[in-house]
Design a binder for this molecule. Structure first.
Ligand code: GTQ
Ligand code: FE2
Length: 321
């Protein structure tokens, strides 16, 4: 027995109970929805590269990475202000010719996909120069120092993908600026475990067989350096392909790398072309149609869910017929 019964012990109605516990930062569990989110819900969505490119052209005139750390345009969802999906955020980034973006590190893991990138564009990861070309995937895993430079004469546009919404959601987002701002290049890598060059991915896709499930087209997983939170895969869809619909507890971000087509997420069709992003939130059915030969890049939070025993995939082959 508690030595002194609290005021909460003597109320006579539910309304009095609610009123008594509210100032104590308590609430009755049965008044709440189990698993309800404090903020909004994540919706399927599609973002256009042409819109991101245009916004960055303007941002290129209006702000510099000296001021902003990064010149990036976030793809936001109603579920959260800095989130594209509950665990992932995606952004278009621009580095102008001659510009440098300071080095920093963060607990969030990140990667980039080159879009319009000319010669002389690179990320410095822990002192190592990693050059980026169109459709290359460049990793900057959690806590690696990284900064960007464009020594070329063309503006460099790429896509960033980060797990920072997940890190923030568990209060584990830590950020550190590099001492002095800019990290020097100590080594130039010809090949790196952090780079998936497009010429290699393209050759692997050409040799890949169609996935027997019909869900993924000809699929290549980029897993030479597996990330703890994100699974990366490239999907070649031959002209006229319609993939088999499925849903998964994972959150998937699809980027059109080549070709045109549409993704149908939870029954909503989103047309895409190069550089466009489609977001498929957890639990929503998804399939893709390619008009001509197409390649989709998928960034998924599967490894995270797998590790905690919450990865579930559901085939919907029958309902699509
Ligand atoms: O390039 O380091 O879009 O730290 C967001 C956060 C890019 C980056 C983003 C980042 C970066
Ligand atoms: Fe960063």
């Amino acid at each position: 027995m508690l030595s002194s019964p609290a005021g909460t012990a003597t109320v006579e109605t539910l309304d009095e109970l609610y009123a008594a516990i509210e100032p104590l930062s308590m609430d009755a569990g049965w008044r709440r929805t189990p698993g309800a989110r404090a903020s909004g819900t994540f919706e399927p969505g599609r973002w256009r590269y042409r819109d991101g490119h245009g916004a960055l052209e303007s941002a290129g005139r209006l702000i510099s990475p000296d001021l902003s750390e990064r010149r990036n345009i976030l793809l936001t969802n109603s579920g959260g202000p800095d989130s594209t999906l509950v665990t992932l955020v995606c952004a278009y980034q621009l580095v102008l010719p001659g510009e440098r973006a300071r080095s920093h590190r963060h607990t969030a893991g990140a990667l980039r996909l080159g879009l319009d990138v000319g010669a002389g564009v690179y990320t410095i990861v822990d002192g190592v120069r990693l050059d980026m070309h169109p459709n290359d995937v460049v990793l900057t895993p959690s806590w690696c120092w990284h900064g960007h430079r464009n020594d070329g004469d063309q503006p460099a546009y790429w896509l960033d993908y980060l797990d920072s919404p997940f890190c923030r959601s568990i209060d584990q987002y830590v950020f550190e600026p590099f001492p002095g701002g800019y990290e020097d290049v100590t080594e130039t890598a010809i090949t790196s475990p952090y780079v998936y060059p497009w010429h290699e991915t393209k050759a692997a896709l050409a040799a890949a067989a169609v996935d027997p499930s019909g869900r993924y087209g000809r699929c290549v997983v980029l897993d030479r350096t597996p990330l703890d939170t994100m699974r990366l895969s490239m999907h070649a869809l031959d002209a006229g392909t319609r993939t088999v619909a499925f849903s998964t507890s994972a959150n998937n971000l699809y980027t059109a790398v080549e070709g045109r087509g549409r993704s149908v997420i939870d029954g909503r069709a989103f047309e895409w072309e190069r550089g466009d992003i489609v977001a498929a939130p957890s639990g929503k059915s998804q399939y893709h149609e390619a008009d001509g030969d197409a390649v989709l890049f998928c960034v998924s939070d599967e490894p995270l869910l797998e590790r905690i025993g919450l990865l579930r995939t559901l085939s919907e082959e029958k309902s699509i017929g």
